[in-house]
Design a protein around this ligand. Structure first.
Ligand code: FEO
Length: 393
């Protein structure tokens, strides 16, 4: 196992999780990496850590550069277990190493591992000198856990950004310039949609804080390291964190029992198309909710449909709505639709979930509701009604 040299005395010593396909409910068809970084200086410093089951891989990459016993300092930018569960194994090798992190992280690490390691508490803005390099810490609470922080090395113009700017991609390449950029950007978008989106206001503060830093490399804790496309990922984070969407994009998301709700979905899609708005149809039986969330990122219109089943909505739609509400996209226009047999509760339920302030808080179009199977005439009327409402926006 080899370390990857990023700068004269700075190495990537992370691990590649080729087999990861599900990250707490978010599907990761490309796998992921847990990135850790080694700085060879007067004080040998390890930044971040890896998942416990790949610890030996990190150790082998560190050993490619130095004897791991020589590590003096660990910087723990985040406590989530993908970046901390290797720590107990590491601390058996270097029990006296200093662990620099913030008070929230120290408390969280103690609650995870129940060890009284040599914690050194830092505050936002603090710096330490490790020889030729300084390391400055900026706490970034709720991007996406309360303990998150980033670490900046001014001499090397390097920002260790932890989860921010990450992507779930397992690859042999380490730098984004050596990998197809469209895939890196798409995976960064998926990561933002499924992990970071609810904390967009806090992301804005982080973007403000790092705007004054001179950065020529961003080293996140997942995926490719940013070198040549830093302006692109910063611009994308600006757009995503401001909930800026494309007025010409609609998503029609549904599940169906006997195809009636599906017929309505297609009629609504045609109405959007007739008004020059691109409509994507997503059947929840066929597309994973984490992929749909990626598409929610730039769609202005979010239409959700379910037939009524036992006075409620289908479980697939319920799961999607729960996921959507938690990830909290803002400034969208919603529409609920569905077919029903005799009671029709699913449509007002969806309307409330999408429109209420306690739900998604979207501005809503009029719901579309059809008893049993729509005729062509009814579908035409749906198209006309939706088009009419789009004219009035
Ligand atoms: Fe990559 Fe929040 O852990």
């Amino acid at each position: 196992m080899k370390a990857y040299k990023l700068k004269d005395n700075i190495y990537w010593v992370g691990v590649i999780d080729w087999n990861l396909r599900n990250f707490h409910g978010y599907i990761t068809p490309r796998g992921s990496t847990y990135n850790a970084y080694l700085i060879i200086d007067e004080k040998i410093t390890l930044i971040d850590n890896v998942k416990y089951y790949l610890f030996d891989e990190m150790l082998a990459r560190i050993s490619d550069v130095i004897d791991p016993h020589k590590i003096d300092i660990i910087i723990q930018n985040h406590i989530e277990m993908d970046h901390s569960s290797g720590l107990p194994q590491l601390m058996k090798i270097i029990p006296d190493a200093e662990i620099y992190t913030n008070a929230t992280a120290i408390k969280g690490l103690k609650l995870h591992y129940h060890q009284d390691w040599n914690f050194q508490e830092i505050k936002s803005g603090d710096s330490i000198n490790i020889g030729n390099n300084d390391l400055t810490f900026l706490t970034t609470p709720m991007v996406h856990w309360p303990d998150n922080q980033v670490t900046y090395c001014p001499q090397e113009k390097l920002l260790f950004s932890n989860d921010a700017f990450g992507q779930h991609i397992a690859s042999n390449e380490r730098l984004e310039k050596d990998f197809p950029l469209d895939i890196v950007m798409e995976e960064a978008k998926k990561y933002y949609a499924n992990i970071v989106l609810p904390y967009s206001r806090q992301v804005q503060k982080v973007l403000e804080a790092i705007a004054s830093l001179d950065i020529d490399m961003i080293a996140p804790s997942h995926g490719l390291i940013w070198t040549e496309h830093i302006p692109e990922i910063i611009d994308a984070y600006q757009i995503w964190s401001k909930n800026i969407t494309d007025e010409k994009k609609a998503l029609i998301i549904y599940d169906t029992m006997w195809k009636s709700t599906e017929m309505i979905a297609f009629a609504i899609a045609q109405a959007f198309e007739n008004k020059g708005i691109k409509a994507k149809i997503r059947n929840l039986q066929l597309t994973h909710i984490s992929d749909i969330m990626t598409e929610v990122m730039d769609a202005k219109y979010i239409c959700v449909g379910s037939p009524t089943i036992n006075s409620s909505i289908l479980p697939t739609v319920s799961a999607f709505m729960s996921y959507l509400q938690c990830l909290a996209p803002k400034d969208r226009i919603g529409l609920s639709f569905g077919s029903y047999g005799w009671s029709g509760q699913s449509i007002p339920m969806l309307h409330k979930m999408l429109g209420d302030e306690s739900g998604c808080g979207f501005k809503m179009l009029e719901p579309v509701k059809v008893q049993f199977i729509p005729t062509e005439e009814i579908l035409n009327q749906i198209r006309k009604n939706v088009e009419q409402q789009l004219n009035n926006i």
